[in-house]
Design a protein around this ligand. Sequence first.
Ligand SMILES: [Zn+2]
Length: 383
Amino acid sequence: MNEDVLGQHYTEVPGQRVVAAALRAAYAWSVRDVHRNAAMLEIARMTGVVMEVHGPGLGPVAPVELVEHLRAPLGHLLAGVRGQPAELADVVLLDEDGRLTENAYDLVCEHVIPLKDVAGERSWLPTWTTMHSDQIRQRVFTAMITSTKQDEYVGSRKFLIEHPAGGEQELVELRDRAGGIRLAKGGYRDIPEEQIYRASDGRGWWWPCLDCKWPMAVTSVGKVRCRYRPHNAVFDLVPGNRPSLRRRDGARRPAPPAGQAAEGAKCVDAGVWRFVVVPGASELRIAASAERAGAKVSLWPFLDRFDLLVAAGGEKFAVDVKECLSLSALIGRLRTRPPSARILLPKSCEWQLETLEDALPGLAVVTETKFLGQIRSAVRKAR
Ligand SMILES: [Zn+2]
């Protein structure tokens, strides 16, 4: 048993250890040109973790063998390991060019657990490869909760979600204008190179996702897309000294975002984006829809006991938005920590409804579509 930052206990399952070690090794491999020795050392360490889980004579016994496994479906590496997440069996972590796959960024990251026995300062490893999503969230929110003033907490969290990237000066001005914003020190950092397009004149450009506003990934094949695939933003890059984006489907609306200069631009860390900004964008979208329908919405009431308290007509609705692409991770979390409000599955996760209800009978759960229908009808009834 381990204790996480929330003081809650969880048991490390062997399958989770292998997945966490595999993702760390895959990330290290993908940046081995930049962090040469540290990356190779990390891959060796992770090979040790995987070997220890498998036991003598089973599984990969050398770093080069582990890397080979990372290019194949995870099911092979997880064969015979107790507690393996079935949904990851077909997932591959590294593509042919040795880069992390999209699945690594938006699905496997939800399975990360901290590997206690290989702890130590490794600042080049991003938080989303070493920390549990709850730990990342907790770290961000601690800075906001110090004041225990609900309006400062809401203002700060909203600011982070609405401004996950921008020019450094612009972000400072926006923050000063908003007032009462409390964010963790060093919260914004340089935009990673793989989210920047370098024109032939050396100037860098980035593009905010239309849904989450975080810099989209720029792939080697001239594609620009948000790393969170449900955001459904894929564009073709039109190169040049003033590069632009073109929609792949040829539709005109919504228009692609305009390119922004990378010089002096900052963005929140990938872990904060994935576990605070991405779900936050859905929370704000649902709140805005409810308000448009004539309801009154309180965000993250009682310092985040749940996500939305909606007063519509004479009725009150409390919901906790769960934006979790991994259904097994979601079910596991709801089992260990029962929610304090009805679960709301946002649009990108509505497909999970039936399986979730089957796995957790008695759980109160609703989809975004159905929930907004209930709000509209409550407002209508009161008129
Ligand atoms: Zn996005």
